[in-house]
Write a protein that binds this ligand. Structure first.
Ligand SMILES: *[C@@H]1O[C@H](CO)[C@@H](O)[C@H](O)[C@H]1NC(C)=O
Ligand SMILES: *[C@@H]1O[C@H](CO)[C@@H](O)[C@H](O)[C@H]1NC(C)=O
Ligand SMILES: *[C@@H]1O[C@H](CO)[C@@H](O)[C@H](O)[C@H]1NC(C)=O
Ligand SMILES: *[C@@H]1O[C@H](CO)[C@@H](O)[C@H](O)[C@H]1NC(C)=O
Ligand SMILES: *[C@@H]1O[C@H](CO)[C@@H](O)[C@H](O)[C@H]1NC(C)=O
Length: 280
């Protein structure tokens, strides 16, 4: 059934004000999908600390969103494509536009996976064996130390994508203490172990793809059961007709995937705001 024109007119009267109110305000106080950059030049810069290259994107220092998030940071944990992938830099910039000081360490020490995993000579098994928890944990720990000691950050939220998603859980573990993070988020995580979910001591949100061949329906159901048991705040959202990787590398020609990528980003920001921003 199509809505009648009078229903539409009423809807416009009811919601028109809210829409105008959002677009009328400065973008620094408004959160909508336009905050997500899909293309264009990244605006952050790279610094090197402890021999780790980190991409840093700073929020508008005068913005009201930034002021409400003082003392916090977003630790962006990439997929296997690392910080050389433009989509990763642009999402880091998007978190900065949402008011968060954002830092994305090079998790692969200059050795990220190629944009096309099927190129001859690239061996995913070898790659993942090289970039294991023993090599990756210290990179993230150093980045957290940099945030706390050099950038005066006291509370950290980590969104992790695919490969990085597992580490959002790992750094929520109770035994990390001050070397850990405060809030986690994982989009289509890979290699995530049940014991790592069970060990979290802080809130975590998950954005899952229904077409994921890695974080499958079975893995998701198991993760949910553990999250319910653990008793920390959580949110699990399942996005329809999406493949593994959509929250970073969505097919932007597919309106459903583009929407899902934007919504998964907004999910992360709202999740972090829930714990970091007093009045939203
Ligand atoms: C560090 O952050 C706290 C808030 O978390 C703020 O009160 C303080 O002024 C900051 N100090 C510096 C040197 O930026
Ligand atoms: C610094 O990191 C690079 C890889 O990014 C590595 O090749 C080099 O050996 C490292 N240097 C030291 C002193 O650890
Ligand atoms: C990839 O590396 C693994 C482990 O080293 C090896 O067993 C496998 O045969 C390699 N695959 C290809 C296609 O070379
Ligand atoms: C982890 O990777 C490093 C090399 O990057 C390797 O030396 C080490 O043996 C690996 N550890 C495990 C448990 O596979
Ligand atoms: C991207 O989506 C468009 C529209 O649905 C589709 O025609 C195209 O084949 C997709 N591209 C890839 C690489 O899947």
């Amino acid at each position: 059934m199509r809505p009648s024109s009078s229903v539409l007119a009423t809807a416009l009267l009811l919601f028109g004000g809210a829409i105008a109110g959002c677009s009328g305000k400065s973008s620094s106080s408004c959160l909508d999908a336009s905050i997500v950059a899909h293309s264009g030049q990244p605006t952050g810069k790279e610094v090197v600390y402890n021999n780790i290259t980190m991409y840093i994107s700073k929020p508008d220092s005068k913005g009201s969103r930034t002021k409400a998030r003082e003392g916090t940071a977003v630790l962006y944990l990439t997929d296997v494509f690392g910080i050389v992938l433009p989509e990763n830099k642009l999402l880091a910039d998007s978190f900065a536009r949402a008011g968060y000081l954002t830092i994305a360490p090079d998790l692969f020490a200059g050795d990220p996976a190629p944009g096309d995993l099927n190129v001859p000579g690239f061996n995913t098994t070898d790659f993942l064996a090289r970039h294991n928890t023993t090599t990756t944990d210290p990179i993230i720990a150093s980045t957290i130390a940099y945030l706390r000691t050099h950038l005066n950050v006291s509370r950290i939220a980590a969104p992790g994508y695919c490969f990085g998603g597992r580490y959002a859980f790992r750094f929520l573990a109770a035994d990390r203490g001050a070397n850990g993070i405060d809030v986690g988020y994982a989009a289509h995580p890979s290699l995530l172990e049940t014991s790592e979910i069970g060990a979290i001591a802080g809130p975590v949100a998950v954005a899952a793809a229904d077409g994921d061949n890695i974080f499958t329906a079975e893995a998701r159901a198991q993760a949910e059961a553990v999250l319910v048991d653990v008793g920390q705040p959580y949110q699990v959202s399942l996005y329809s007709q999406t493949p593994h990787g959509f929250a970073v590398r969505a097919n932007l020609s597919d309106p459903g995937q583009k929407w899902a990528k934007e919504q998964a980003f907004l999910q992360a920001v709202r999740w972090f705001d829930r714990f970091f921003v007093d009045s939203q």
